[in-house]
Design a protein around this ligand. Structure first.
Ligand SMILES: Nc1nc2c(c(=O)[nH]1)N[C@H]1C(S)=C(S)[C@@H](COP(=O)(O)OP(=O)(O)OC[C@H]3O[C@@H](n4cnc5c(=O)[nH]c(N)nc54)[C@H](O)[C@@H]3O)O[C@H]1N2
Ligand SMILES: Nc1nc2c(c(=O)[nH]1)N[C@H]1C(S)=C(S)[C@@H](COP(=O)(O)OP(=O)(O)OC[C@H]3O[C@@H](n4cnc5c(=O)[nH]c(N)nc54)[C@H](O)[C@@H]3O)O[C@H]1N2
Ligand code: SF4
Ligand SMILES: [Mo]
Length: 719
């Protein structure tokens, strides 16, 4: 199997090809932001999906897939697929006709908006959808429904990275470099990312760098599979990244490992940053983070002395009430050492969802219009109104963020369309979320499997899975790629974009939603994004296929796209300088105390994806990790009299769950870890803290205070 960088890409397979009675349709995985290339194998005679195979010709994964990618197609042929609309009748969800469901939805929208005003109907959406669908959902909210209330699950995911990059670099493209640059780094600092389990196909890039002699520094409270292979593992106390980075900056300045030319000409704010770092000598950073001070000094030296280096991070850094500032502080490391804007030097966040990048650029965020435009910017409103053919006054103002939207349900917002998210597993403090959702006057959900959230809906519309649709996504690198699908859809399942267009039509707004294909939606998106920060104007379906994807910004059809940002050292501010911002360490929103003496952090395992509504149904994945568990350090377990496999009750101020203990030195003695892919009584989000980062509005999923106690298996609550 060739290494991604050595694969031969001269053989293009973009057009569907035939092989031994099969048709191969080239597309990309539906799960993480790597967006690995795969071929869907379809039986030529029966049109049945047979499976997938990795694509050797797509540079990102060059012939490899992880366990989730290999099994993803099983959703298409799954017996639990929703095949007809469901309508709640006498308390039960009952299969019904599309016409009846659509009539009901439209009459409820009219009724609610007539009674309470346009903003009383909201949309809560997701970033596992194509760019075309994300764009359409934003447009449907604003001029289909005329509501300001739309936000999406990226708030729980990429929003701190976005806010952090915006305040420091003036632009939010998750990765400043193409992934092929990683192997040119002399040092990789990976923070709060369990790369090996969550972006498995990034690991060959890490190995590529290591083969070239790069050092690896991993910052994670747990000794993850990624940390295991590091030269230095900084297993800091959860929630202390700001202090750690201040300590690193302190050493970099003290030992003069700063790129003075770069700092002087291309950044502002260095003096303030220096004054802040002054307060965090290694012994102070060590005290706050719980790390040996020598290890902090050593990490700073390795990073500082390397010619090229990249800083990569993910939700471990971002899902905190100070997540945005932590993103900026990690970015400071690249800026003060001048490690940005060239091969092997840059900063990136690991985009979570398949289209986590594109999904946050084209208007499904409460405060945003397509092309990363601000909904409050009069010029942007005028431009988009022109593209949509409406009067500017018809575009509502900014709404509120995802969790705030959930809190507004039953109050300001009486009706909700949920599309591509499962907040009854994924939102924090689930006890409250259930109460919010059940206080709605009308709740409609679009999904292809009955999720824990869909179970609460009044109407559920059966959607298609990704390989039954066409469009584009934007991967972790900012590369826009093509999703190709099969024609056949099961039962009466319908494509989201068609359903939204029909709803608009039935609401009397059809003239703004006349599309015959996703390509027509994309062509409008291109124009809508033109001149914006995320400029897709020059990206066409044909060009994507010819170039293995096109990196934005791509402002004209002649333009070849921008794989690497900041090569000209121009940051996206009027003075062209990146902003070095300084941050004091702050403790978690909810710290430990006598009653709740341990920190809880939550995250992922390799076999499941997000709320698990998809992967818990695929037996090859489910069987590898059928149930949640709690990782407890042996010292802590001993203190509480807990043995491996014993059931443990974990409680926070908001709720509790009972799961078996996995006693392991992976974790720290002052914390426990629980994966979050299960619902109802097995959902760790019964416990998590909904405190929000004031800048990004991301909830503090990564740290809250809990207590643990051994308990009996019988106390596991099922349901
Ligand atoms: N297998 C799998 N892959 C996925 C997903 C999935 O559900 N399953 N989801 C996709 C999505 S949407 C996302 S957002 C990404 C998430 O990808 P990651 O962010 O890599 O995944 P997590 O497990 O949430 O968190 C990463 C690490 O953060 C650490 N951590 C916790 N608290 C802190 C802290 O205070 N500081 C630091 N430095 N680290 C901390 C945890 O120990 C954990 O190992 O994965 C994507 N890929
Ligand atoms: N405790 C804790 N909680 C977390 C996190 C954490 O680390 N810890 N991470 C957070 C993060 S990073 C994220 S991204 C969120 C994600 O959490 P969710 O938003 O709940 O994500 P999914 O499980 O992907 O939900 C998508 C739902 O839509 C369906 N679906 C998928 N694709 C489509 C489509 O194209 N159309 C339609 N109509 N439906 C579709 C799926 O079947 C699924 O039910 O969870 C967050 N919650
Ligand atoms: S690494 Fe991500 S995109 Fe690639 S196969 Fe695995 S889940 Fe899919
Ligand atoms: Mo995510």
């Amino acid at each position: 199997m060739p290494h991604p960088q050595n694969a031969d890409y001269s053989q293009r397979t973009y057009a569907a090809i035939e092989r031994e009675g099969e048709v191969l349709i080239p597309t990309h995985c539906c799960f993480c932001g790597m967006q690995c290339g795969m071929n869907i194998r379809v039986d030529k005679d029966s049109n049945q999906v047979l499976g997938v195979e990795p694509r050797y010709d797509f540079p990102m994964n060059g012939g490899r897939l992880c366990p989730k990618g290999v099994a993803a197609y099983r959703q298409a042929i799954h017996p639990e697929r929703l095949l007809r609309p469901l309508i709640r009748k006498n308390g039960q969800l009952v299969e019904s006709a599309w016409d009846e469901a659509m009539d009901l939805i439209v009459s409820k929208i009219r009724d609610i908006q007539g009674k309470y005003g346009k903003d009383a109907f909201g949309i809560y959406s997701g970033s596992s959808m194509t760019n075309e669908k994300c764009y359409l959902v934003g447009k449907f909210a604003r001029i289909g429904l005329g509501t300001k209330h739309i936000d999406y699950n990226g708030r729980y995911c990429m929003s701190s990275a976005a806010a952090g990059f915006n305040q420091t670099l003036g632009i939010d493209r998750g990765g400043t470099n193409p992934w092929s640059d990683i192997k040119f780094a002399d040092v990789l600092l990976i923070a709060g990312s369990n790369t090996a389990e969550c972006h498995p196909l990034s690991m060959p890039y890490v190995w590529g760098a290591r083969d070239n002699g790069a050092k690896l520094i991993v910052v994670d409270p747990r000794q993850t599979k990624t940390a295991l292979v590091a030269d230095i593992h900084l297993n800091l106390k959860p929630g202390t990244d700001l202090a750690l980075v201040n300590g690193l900056i302190h050493v970099l300045i003290k030992e003069d490992m700063i790129n003075h030319e770069f700092v002087k000409n291309h950044t502002s704010g260095f003096e303030d940053l220096k004054a802040m770092a002054e307060k965090y000598p290694p012994e102070v950073a060590a005290r706050i983070t719980g790390l040996p001070k020598e290890r902090i000094v050593e990490a700073a030296r390795i990073f500082g002395q390397a010619k090229n280096g990249m800083v990569l991070f993910a939700r471990g850094v971002e899902q905190h009430a100070k997540g945005s500032d932590s993103v900026s502080n990690y970015t400071n490391l690249c800026l003060i050492t001048g490690k940005i804007g060239r091969k092997g030097s840059g900063v990136a966040t690991f985009t979570g969802q398949g289209n986590g990048q594109g999904g946050r650029e084209h208007g499904q965020k409460a405060d945003q219009l397509p092309g990363y435009r601000k909904i409050t910017d009069p010029e942007a409103r005028k431009y988009i109104a022109g593209v949509w053919g409406v009067d500017e006054s018809e575009i509502p103002g900014p709404g509120i963020s995802a969790f705030e939207l959930l809190k507004a349900l039953g109050k300001e917002v009486k009706g909700l369309l949920l599309i591509c998210s499962n907040p009854m597993v994924s939102a924090p403090s689930l006890g409250d979320v259930k109460q919010y959702l059940t206080s709605l006057e009308f709740f409609v959900c679009m999904d292809f499997f009955l999720s824990e959230s869909a179970e609460l809906a009044d109407v559920v519309l059966p959607s298609t899975v990704w390989i039954e649709d066409n469009g584009t996504t934007t991967n972790v690198e900012g590369r826009v790629i093509r999703i190709n699908g099969i024609d056949k859809t099961p039962g009466e399942a319908r494509r989201d974009w068609e359903v939204l267009c029909e709803l608009a039509d039935r609401l009397g707004r059809g003239q703004f939603f006349r599309y015959n294909s996703p390509q027509e939606i994309f062509d409008e998106l291109r124009v809508a994004s033109r001149g914006g920060i995320a400029d897709y104007f020059g990206i066409t379906y044909e060009k994507i296929e010819k170039m293995d994807g096109v990196f934005w910004p791509c402002p004209s059809v002649e333009h070849e796209g921008t794989p690497r940002l900041f090569e000209d050292r121009k940051f996206n501010f009027p003075d062209g300088k990146a902003r070095l911002l300084a941050f004091e360490h702050k403790g978690p929103n909810e710290d430990v105390d006598q009653e709740y003496p341990l920190l809880l952090t939550t995250g992922r395992v390799v076999y499941h994806y997000l709320s698990g509504n998809q992967t818990r149904r695929i037996d090859s994945l489910r069987d590898k990790c059928p149930d949640p568990y709690v990782e407890i350090h042996p010292e802590t377990a001993k203190r509480y009299g807990i043995e491996n496999g014993h059931y443990v009750k974990i409680s926070s101020r908001r709720g509790y769950i009972v799961v078996p203990a996995k006693i392991t030195k992976i974790t720290r003695p002052d914390m426990v870890f629980v994966p979050y892919h299960w619902g109802k009584t097995l959902a760790i989000n019964n416990l998590t803290n909904p405190a929000l980062d004031p800048k990004s509005k991301i909830p503090e999923f990564k740290v809250c205070a809990v207590k643990i106690e051994p308990t009996k298996q019988q106390e596991v609550r099922h349901g």
